[in-house]
Design a protein around this ligand. Structure first.
Ligand SMILES: Cc1ncc(COP(=O)(O)O)c(C=O)c1O
Length: 431
């Protein structure tokens, strides 16, 4: 990242687009998520530049962060949406993304969700099983429409990422083996209510080297050639998402406590993919999520208690696993620093934990950390993707507010939940 990255320390204080995080935390309740519009737009620009002039389109993976106002930024930039449920379809449409710019993936699409998507005239269904394909054909027949599909193929390529976010291995539930896809392609020619437009592949998330993408690009190229050899028509190839981000070195200062991850830039990633698929004469669809937004957001939390037990020091903060589950779920690393004076001479080893009644409720374990006092504000970095969207009400906890800094102004883009929200789901039920 360059010095100009909008989330940075300035005179020892964390600022987002010039706004002091400390001063914001004095005015509003913690915890909260805070995003930089400039950072998000910077990523969007980068992808657009890298794809400029190519027959390629970007479909933002809504699962990474489905905040309506952030979706609007992607919509305004002309990005489409990659969705996996009726709920995501609903949000994408509310954000102004037209059906023709929406792709629908996921192994368990329900009929009611399919109908909803057909009403919205989405661009295509990324089909994950023969049963889903037949169901779509039936549905097309019942509704009198031709359903556009891509077949999601499982290339059995190891993305060398966390097992929970590897999706393109034979043992994973996603996609279909190549033989099955070829078979469905053949069948589709005799079917009146489905139309095969191309193939889809997505091998995993947080991929930090080019190798898996290279293997995937080569593999897909050969596969498309085989489909064509057998008479199938391939107009588009959806290469999915998966590009990883650097969770260690997003800030130019202070220096990261761990080695920066050797991540791949969007430019190199796109160049690699395009080098294998360009002369196939297809439209390329990209579905990035994390790479577009992870480093554009932080989670701001307050130290409620410092608990020293003799053998350990716990910083008990007011954000828990219900707000950010990545450390618990994937043993994921997030950089965490006090928002003021992050480089202190006094340091200690701490566990940064939340208030939830689970021992897995931690944000960091055995982390060398500046000595902090109760009441201090900490920032958890790289919390823009797969963070607030995975939040829950576990332990009766309320999902926190989300703010966006745009042009130096703080805008509330999702209010914090209230206790009344916890009652809302019982409305209309008589005991
Ligand atoms: C089909 C599909 N496309 C795109 C994505 C986005 O992945 P990432 O956020 O790693 O770019 C995912 C994430 O799992 C996915 O399943």
């Amino acid at each position: 990242m360059t010095k100009q990255f909008p989330i940075r320390y300035s005179d020892g204080e964390l600022t987002v687009d010039g706004v002091s995080v400390r001063s914001l935390a004095e005015k509003v309740d913690t915890p909260f998520f805070l995003y930089s519009q400039a950072a998000i737009l910077g990523q969007i620009r980068r992808w657009k530049m890298a794809l400029g002039g190519l027959p390629a389109r970007v479909f933002y993976a809504v699962k990474a962060n489905d905040n309506l106002h952030l979706l609007r930024l992607f919509a305004a930039s002309g990005f489409g949406a990659d969705i996996v449920s009726g709920g995501e379809l609903f949000l994408a449409r509310k954000a102004g993304i037209p059906g023709k710019d929406i792709l629908f993936a996921g192994v368990g699409k329900k009929e009611v969700e399919m109908e909803m998507a057909l009403r919205e005239q989405i661009l295509a269904f990324n089909v994950e099983s023969p049963a889903e394909f037949y169901r779509l054909n039936q549905l097309g027949k019942r509704l009198g429409v031709k359903v556009p599909v891509h077949f999601r193929v499982n290339p059995d390529i190891d993305p060398k990422s966390h097992p929970y976010i590897s999706t393109g291995l034979k043992k994973n539930k996603f996609g279909m083996d190549p033989g099955t896809v070829l078979n469905l392609y053949r069948q589709s020619r005799g079917m009146s209510f489905v139309e095969a437009h191309g193939v889809h592949v997505h091998i995993g998330s947080q991929i930090t080297s080019l190798e898996p993408f290279r293997l995937c690009g080569q593999w897909v190229r050969q596969f498309v050639q085989e489909i064509r050899r057998q008479g199938g028509i391939v107009q588009s190839v959806d290469v999915g998402g998966g590009l990883g981000v650097d969770y260690h070195g997003v800030l130019p200062w202070p220096p990261p406590e761990r080695e920066m991850e050797n991540v791949v830039t969007p430019e190199d990633y796109i160049e690699e993919i395009v080098s294998h698929l360009r002369d196939l004469n297809v439209q390329l669809f990209f579905e990035p999520g994390r790479a577009l937004i992870a480093n554009s957001g932080i989670l701001v939390t307050r130290v409620e208690y410092v608990k020293r037990t003799g053998s350990r020091t716990f910083l008990i903060v007011d954000a828990g696993m219900n707000d950010l589950i990545r450390p618990c779920l994937y043993q994921a690393y997030h950089r965490i620093l006090p928002v003021v004076d992050p480089e202190r001479s006094e340091r200690e080893i701490v566990d940064i934990v939340g208030p939830v009644c689970e021992s897995s409720d931690f944000l960091a374990l055995e982390r060398p950390f500046p000595v902090v006092q109760e009441g201090e504000i900490l920032a958890v970095f790289s919390a823009g993707a797969y963070a607030s969207v995975l939040g829950s009400n576990y332990n009766g906890r309320l999902r926190p507010a989300e703010y966006l800094i745009s042009d130096g102004q703080v805008r509330l883009i999702r209010r914090a939940e209230t206790h009344e929200d916890l009652l809302r789901r019982y409305e209309g039920i008589k005991f």
